[in-house]
Each structure stands twice: as C-alpha cells, then as structure tokens.
Design a protein around this ligand. Structure first.
Ligand code: ZN
Length: 332
C-alpha cells in the first residue's frame, strides 16, 4: 500500500509567502527568509512552516523553539536533524501570526547562527552554495544536489527492511483488543445522544477514532494491519451502537416509568429485562422498525466513513509507515 503525499497551499498562504519573496514549488510555498530555507503549506485545520535550521549550535533547541509557541498559537513544534516544523493552529488571524513569526522569530534565530553551517542530510559534510533543498516527508533538509538521489535510494531500502520486520509477538492481538475497547467506548456518545432524542449517527465518527486510538494505545503495530483492524471494528461497532442506542432508549423508557404511565399501569409494573427481551423480538420482526433501523445504520456508516477518512489521512501525515518515503526537491 502506498500513500502519496499531497501538499496544498491556499492563495492566502501564497500571498504571505510573496511578501517574503517566496513562491510556489512542488505544491508548497518555498523560498529563503533570513537565510533559512523554508517551505509552507496548508493542512487540515493547520498551516505548517517547515524550516531547515542548524540546530547543532543550539544547546537546547526544543526549549528555545517552544518559547514562541504560545505567542503565535503554534500547535506543535517538531524537530529533526537540522530541521524544524512549526504547525500553526489554523483559525482567524493565522496568517497574521505567521507573518509576525517570520518577521520576528527568524531574525532572532538567525542571530544565533542557526541559518548557516548546514550539514548534508545524506553525507553529513558541510553544504555551501548551491545546496539542494529537499522535503523529506514534512521536514525541509539541506543536501548536496548529488546526494539527493542516493539518499532517497538508501532511505527507501532501509524502510523496506523495516517493513518486513515481524511485528512484536502479541502486538496484533493486543491491538485488536484495544481497537474493540476503543471502538466500544466510541459507541457510548451515540447511545447517550440517541436516548436524549438526537440524531446520533454522526457519533459514528467517534467509533472510528476510538478504535484507532485503542489500537495504538494497546501497542498494535502501525501499518496495513491497523487500517484493516480499525475498519473491521468500526463496521462491527456501528452496528453495535445502533442496536445499543435502540435498546438503551427503550430501557430508559421503562426505567423512568414513562412506559407504565403510557400504558396506564401502576409505576413499576413493567420489569426491565423481560421487557427488553420482548422488545428486541418485536423490533426484529417489525418491517417499519427494521427500515428505520437500517436508515440510522446507513447514516452511521456514512459518518463512520468520515471518521475513518480522518484517521487514514492523519496516518498518512503522521506515520506514513508502509508507504514510500516522500522526497521532494524544491526548486529555487
Ligand atoms: Zn552530501
């Protein structure tokens, strides 16, 4: 399975880049600001500034870089070898904050010498003029032009070996259990909303997210196995959630005594469990009920698919475990 890496940028971002002499390259906004090679792009609810940055001369890069995080509403800062990524929470005023970040923070980092003395990501030798600027997945790195191709080849070979390493024993089983638990927890909001009389199927998305989270938390290995497990558990749990919602809602009717009142009986006349048994038998045989149930189920699957899409997309961006390494040379 291969995930293509798709970068996109908005016209807003292109305009901001233009102010700093940056321009579009390979679906990113690319250029150099204060001597830092930079690429920017739009994500789902985020905007990213990826910077090639010599962190070698900085004792505590993480701490230094996290200082501006609050000020500019930066969601995450990720550092790699001589690269840093600033992921901005994309809300009202993001472009303004990014502009301020570029104008204020980059000169400060440049003053520390972090914009020079880059080492090649491939051969670790110093790179001077004519460096190639390469996006390796999301990290902007500096390489000798001749080093790009061998880097890509070797990195891909390494990943190929990793991909065929056996998963830790029991990891898949534990991951499956985790996905089941996570998916089941994801059904609870559905049931609660359903009882309260709301359209609950949009909570189907939570089931997919819960299953994915559970699989990860229980140590399930990433990759194709996780995707299949999450899809399987989601399909099963959306059905469970639909049924659970109906049953819980009928049960609630009994527990609150509304059923007794409606039938003109004394409070407490109907006991819960025998009633639920009868209710399930009745519902399963009733065409009208079945049609309504099916309708809710289809809606649930629709929203679950949206949740799955979010999970898979997130996986593409964050882990990219079974896919090809994405190496993109940006052109000045
Ligand atoms: Zn090199």
């Amino acid at each position: 399975m291969q995930w293509g890496k798709v970068f996109v940028y908005s016209s807003q971002l292109a305009k901001l880049g233009g102010e700093f002499g940056m321009r579009p390259s390979r679906k990113t906004i690319y250029g150099a600001v204060e001597g830092f090679p930079i690429a920017m792009w739009d994500g789902m609810g985020t905007k990213t500034i990826s910077v090639a940055m010599n962190l070698g001369e900085c004792d505590d890069a993480e701490e230094l870089l996290s200082e501006p995080a609050k000020k500019y509403r930066i969601q995450r800062i990720l550092t790699g070898r001589d690269s840093a990524r600033f992921v901005f929470h994309d809300t009202y005023g993001t472009i303004k904050r990014m502009r301020a970040f570029l104008q204020t923070e980059l000169p400060a980092l440049a003053a520390r010498g972090m914009n020079r003395g880059f080492a090649c990501l491939h051969c670790a030798e110093p790179v001077g003029e004519g460096a190639a600027h390469v996006l390796v997945n999301d990290s902007l790195s500096v390489m000798h032009p001749d080093c790009v191709e061998p880097f890509e080849r070797e990195a891909e070979a390494e990943r190929e070996i990793k991909r065929h390493e056996p998963a830790p024993v029991g990891g898949s089983a534990k991951g499956f259990l985790g996905a089941l638990i996570g998916g089941f927890v994801g059904t609870i909001p559905w049931a609660v909303l359903f009882i309260a009389g709301y359209l609950a199927s949009f909570a189907g998305a939570l089931i997919a997210l819960g299953a994915n989270f559970g699989h990860k938390k229980f140590g399930g290995p990433p990759g194709r196995g996780r995707v299949l497990t999450v899809v399987f558990v989601t399909v099963a749990m959306v059905f469970v959630a639909s049924a659970l919602g109906e049953i819980a809602s009928a049960g609630w009717y009994v527990i609150t005594g509304e059923m007794d009142r409606e039938l003109g009986l004394l409070p407490g006349s109907i006991s819960l469990w025998p009633f639920l048994g009868e209710y399930i038998k009745f519902a399963a045989a009733d065409p009208e009920f079945r049609a309504q149930f099916l309708k809710n189920l289809v809606m649930g699957y629709f929203f679950a698919a949206l949740g799955l899409f979010g999970v898979l997309r997130g996986r593409m961006r964050e882990e990219n475990p079974s896919g090809k390494l994405n190496v993109k040379r940006l052109d000045a």
